[in-house]
Write a protein that binds this ligand. Structure first.
Ligand code: OGA
Ligand code: MN
Length: 216
């Protein structure tokens, strides 16, 4: 299916309302939820085809912090990233889907989410991202993190697990979830509540990381 076909699909009609209830309940109860698969298969497939078609030159070395604080630090992360743009037909499919998710979550939790940004991330064999928290202190803070994984046939021995830790206290090291980045898996979590890290991947690993912001 092409990107153009998919744009005609009304994403709100694809996911039944009870799924959004589940997401909202899970966020309110424990602060995160994980689906082995959530997006319509055609969308996942289109995104997968797209990331597989990208070459290293299409990405940028991932940095830490933003604007003036932005810097490259390969001891913390060494993946490469590419921001999604509304003007790109494939990116737009995902961004629209997230716009819908935002309104469904806002209707249930009154989080006041108003903006979404996302990037593709490519971890080459050997790449990792050390423990960090996604929420920056600033004007437009990240409230919810989303992750979609695009790795067919990912196995235990391929590494690259996402570890979610239980608390923002640096001293606590309890892993609440150990997530294999398998094809179609989708996560949402409260950005300031869950430090997380990506363990070293043993082969190419693709994800889309995104963030809903509030306007504070
Ligand atoms: C990030 C991040 C995790 C992943 O980009 O902030 O934590 O699994 N990514 O790609
Ligand atoms: Mn992160």
């Amino acid at each position: 299916m092409t990107a153009n076909n998919l744009q005609a699909v009304d994403s709100s009609s694809i996911v039944p309302a009870y799924i959004y209830d589940q997401i909202a309940d899970a966020l309110a109860d424990k602060g995160y939820c994980i689906f082995d698969s959530l997006l319509p298969g055609e969308i996942t497939e289109t995104l997968y085809q797209y990331v597989s078609s990208l070459s290293s030159g299409d990405y940028h070395a991932a940095g830490i912090g933003r604007q003036q604080q932005f810097h490259l630090n390969h001891t913390i992360r060494n993946d490469e990233t590419l921001w999604l743009e509304e003007e790109n037909a494939t990116d737009n499919i995902y961004l629209k889907w997230m716009t819908n998710l935002r309104s469904e979550i806002n209707q249930r939790l009154y989080l006041g989410l108003f903006k979404y940004e996302a990037h593709y991330a490519h971890y080459e064999a050997g790449a990792f991202y050390q423990r960090h928290i996604d929420a920056f202190k600033g004007k437009s803070n990240r409230v919810l993190t989303t992750l979609l994984y695009l790795n067919p046939d990912w196995k235990e021995e391929d590494g690259g697990e996402l570890l979610l830790y239980s608390s923002s206290e640096e001293s606590t090291n309890e892993v609440v979830e150990r997530v294999l980045p398998t094809y179609g898996k989708f996560l949402v979590f409260l950005s300031d509540q869950f430090p997380h890290e990506v363990l070293k991947a043993n082969r190419d690993r693709y994800s889309i990381a995104g963030w809903f912001h509030v306007n504070s």
